[in-house]
Write a protein of this length. Structure first.
Length: 329
């Protein structure tokens, strides 16, 4: 059985401090690349494969957009998003489906209530319930369906690893990361997920986020479109009050977290990180990513401190703040 990073090969990335006492520790691994893509720092085991989960969405979006589907601006961003299900998010997903003549029932992601509390309350007050289009990966799924429709590929089997759109995803992933995945599984949304090393993940994300829409190569043009779209529309990639959106809005980074404690970030100068928290917790990942970029000099440390205060990482004792979750990298 293929396995991810071992406990013995992990290092401390963050702690939970309560009343001056270190109550819990988050261990994992991380890698930092320079603006030109060289490895400049490693913490723990960065060569053993992980499932990056939604950190793979930029590659999946490139695969969609290089398969005959023109997505620009907000549409490119929603195809890359782990959105919170606001009405504006759902309208974007619905628009992609409608323009391709695809019914919402074709979505293969599981039904869910919106993660955004206001949107969830609105659905429940109206007597509604979970729906596939409200699931946070529905933009990615709509893109995969649109690519399938554009090429005459079967819609019902679009999540099969042998389906042409999934083979395209694998090709794009290998071309950007330079690594063949060590394993394939099924993500929480039902799409195929590929296991790669943190070093390969960082290398691939660096290539995506330093691409430009004027590149002479089609896949890099689409990567540049995605990067610009995410930075120009940060509300789409996650949602109000959520980590990716806050980090992009305040610091201009490209930020994409994934389930089970994974995150990738690229600073405006191209410095890129990839990290994995071994216990699967996502609560500290944005603080870890920002601190790694600040320690490398890619972000202003005071600006990072200010943003971290917005990430709701406080430890509460009754109604009082008695500590915080903080990165130790």
């Amino acid at each position: 059985m293929t396995q991810t990073i071992s406990v013995a090969d992990a290092v401390e990335l963050a702690v939970v401090e309560r009343s001056g006492f270190i109550e819990s520790r988050h261990a994992g691994a991380a890698v930092v690349l320079s603006p030109t893509g060289e490895v400049v720092r490693t913490l723990g085991d960065v060569s053993t494969p992980i499932f990056p989960r939604s950190c793979l969405k930029p590659f999946q979006a490139v695969a969609v957009m290089s398969s005959g589907v023109t997505l620009r601006g907000e549409d490119a961003a929603i195809a890359t998003a782990s959105h919170s299900g606001t009405a504006r998010h759902i309208d974007l997903v619905r628009g992609i489906l409608m323009r391709s003549g695809i019914p919402e029932s074709a979505l293969g992601c599981p039904a869910a209530l919106p993660q955004d509390s206001a949107a969830r309350d609105a659905v429940l007050r109206a007597g509604g319930g979970p729906s596939r289009i409200a699931m946070n990966c529905s933009g990615k799924h709509a893109g995969m369906l649109a690519a399938s429709a554009a090429n005459g590929w079967d819609l019902e089997s679009y999540l099969d690893p042998e389906h042409p759109i999934q083979k395209r995803v694998l090709d794009i992933l290998e071309r950007f990361t330079g690594e063949r995945p060590a394993a394939i599984g099924v993500d929480g949304c039902g799409a195929p997920i590929h296991a790669i090393s943190l070093t390969a993940l960082a290398r691939g994300i660096h290539r995506v986020t330093t691409s430009t829409p004027s590149s002479p190569f089609a896949i890099y043009r689409e990567a540049g479109v995605i990067t610009e779209a995410v930075r120009e529309h940060p509300w789409i990639i996650a949602g109000p009050g959520l980590g990716d959106t806050i980090c992009i809005e305040r610091l201009g980074v490209f930020s994409k977290y994934g389930a089970e404690g994974s995150i990738v970030m690229t600073a405006p100068d191209g410095t890129t990180i990839a990290a994995k928290v071994l216990d699967g917790s996502t609560r500290a990942v944005h603080a870890i990513g920002l601190r790694l970029l600040a320690e490398q000099g890619a972000l202003d440390s005071d600006a990072v401190d200010a943003v971290v205060t917005e990430l709701d990482l406080w430890v509460m004792g009754g109604d009082e703040r008695v500590g915080s979750i903080r990165a130790t990298v």
